[in-house]
Design a protein around this ligand. Structure first.
Ligand code: FHN
Length: 419
């Protein structure tokens, strides 16, 4: 370890100290599970099926009569998230189809009242999460709602059942969206964050109103930036779907929402899967830039997480398990450049160099711009903590060290985290 990390070590430490205490749990968590689950799992073509096929509301409602996910086991989902190394779950309480995946008194179009299943999976998840120490969070589509006659979005409206000119947004906003948010924020214990989506057309006034509404009910509940198209709203930035971006792009904490295949909701059509290897690479890339990864699963109509997703998550979990110290609670790299061999995270007094096995530097690993003297280096996954040889040169003019570490001949892990 070294006593302070990187050329901007001091700034980095200041940043940590100044971190907003409200978002601190979330930035420390680094890795979360996104769950897109709803009636759309039945037709198994993703969560936009109603819009794509212009399914009339009365027709779409019939899916509810067949929705009976008897294999749903909240504990099993939470256990999988935990095994993957995820520390929070964000589940669709209501997606664009307007169907509430919990018992809502504000609208009978919900899983408890409209399906033979009759159970409230969000209640069950809340209990399982509390038991396992996972933070439960809700996705809520606050502007798009294809079921409600008065929901009004800039582009994506149900125009096959309802006339645009007859829409009175306030009837939806005050009559469904806000009451449902109140239910979610008062009946499920602590809600870590609310994940809003696709705010197109929401006025600045209504955006502020919804933020105030959430704050008045659970002041510590975080809100993502997609709550509004007006700049700077929300506690953290949700980047574009599957978008990682450049380091230093955002002044607020940020995340990348990511799919495992190319869809969010369950589908049998899309079978283009990211490998566990590439998922770990993306996770390391994100945390090296100081962000969070929110990785999605789309459960089946039976209530299970597809095995192809589960096996990938378990594999990622083996890596996060071995390298936990270099993941959770860390800061991203203080260097605003891409490193050819991988990525870098820091904790006070420590630098973690995540060296990808594809890019294993045969002649040793070089890292410049270090302010402090390095005392020792080892591979994190090496339980015996065998010290690696290294050389350190000091540049008097720049007052910085350059480090050259001799790595073992063969990488022992997909990413070897050198401490
Ligand atoms: O339209 C949605 C989509 O269905 C999905 O929920 C993603 C997740 O980030 N968000 C929207 C598109 O950005």
């Amino acid at each position: 370890g070294i006593s302070k990390a990187g050329s901007t070590g001091q700034e980095e430490q200041n940043r940590t100290a100044e971190r907003d205490p409200r978002t601190a749990w979330w930035t420390a968590a680094r890795f979360g599970m996104f769950i897109h689950w709803g009636l759309y799992a039945l037709p198994a073509q993703g969560e936009w099926i109603m819009y794509a096929q212009k399914t009339p509301v009365r027709e779409y409602e019939k899916l509810a009569q067949r929705f009976n996910p008897t294999e749903f086991d909240a504990k099993a989902w939470v256990a999988l998230a935990k095994e993957a190394g995820m520390r929070y779950i964000v589940i669709t309480a209501k997606h664009h189809d307007g169907f509430a995946m919990y018992g809502s008194k504000a609208d009978p179009f919900n899983i408890v009242d409209a399906t033979p299943f009759g159970r409230d999976p969000l209640k069950e998840l809340a209990e399982a999460c509390a038991e396992a120490g996972i933070v439960l969070c809700f996705y809520y589509s606050h502007v798009i709602d294809w079921h409600h006659p008065h929901a009004l979005h800039k582009e994506h409206n149900n125009t096959w059942d309802y006339k645009l000119e007859e829409k009175r947004f306030a009837e939806y906003f005050e009559g469904k969206a806000k009451p449902q948010l109140k239910e979610l924020l008062t009946e499920y214990g602590r809600v870590g964050l609310l994940w809003f989506d696709t705010a197109g057309g929401l006025s600045e006034e209504d955006s502020k109103d919804i933020v105030r509404h959430v704050r008045s009910l659970q002041p510590d509940c975080l809100i993502n930036s997609r709550v509004s198209h007006f700049m700077g709203m929300g506690d953290f930035v949700s980047k574009g779907d599957n978008e990682i971006g450049m380091s230093g792009e955002d002044t607020r904490p940020w995340e990348t929402p990511m799919t495992l295949n190319q869809s969010w909701g369950y589908t049998t059509k899309d079978q283009v899967w990211k490998t566990a290897d590439s998922l770990i690479k993306k996770l390391v890339n994100v945390i090296g830039k100081g962000g969070n990864l929110l990785l999605n699963v789309g459960p089946t109509p039976q209530g299970t997480i597809p095995e192809l997703s589960a096996e990938r998550l378990r594999e990622v979990g083996e890596w996060t398990g071995r390298n936990a110290e270099a993941v959770y609670g860390t800061d991203g790299s203080p260097f605003p450049v891409e490193l050819e061999w991988g990525a870098l995270t820091t904790l006070p007094g420590r630098v973690y160099l995540h060296v990808h096995n594809d890019k294993w530097p045969a002649n040793g690993l070089r890292l410049g711009g270090i302010r402090n003297r390095v005392l020792r280096a080892y591979c994190l996954a090496d339980q015996s903590r065998t010290e690696l040889e290294f050389e350190q040169a000091y540049d008097e003019e720049l007052e910085l060290h350059t480090l050259e570490i001799r790595l073992p001949d063969e990488p022992a892990d997909q990413y070897v985290s050198v401490v």
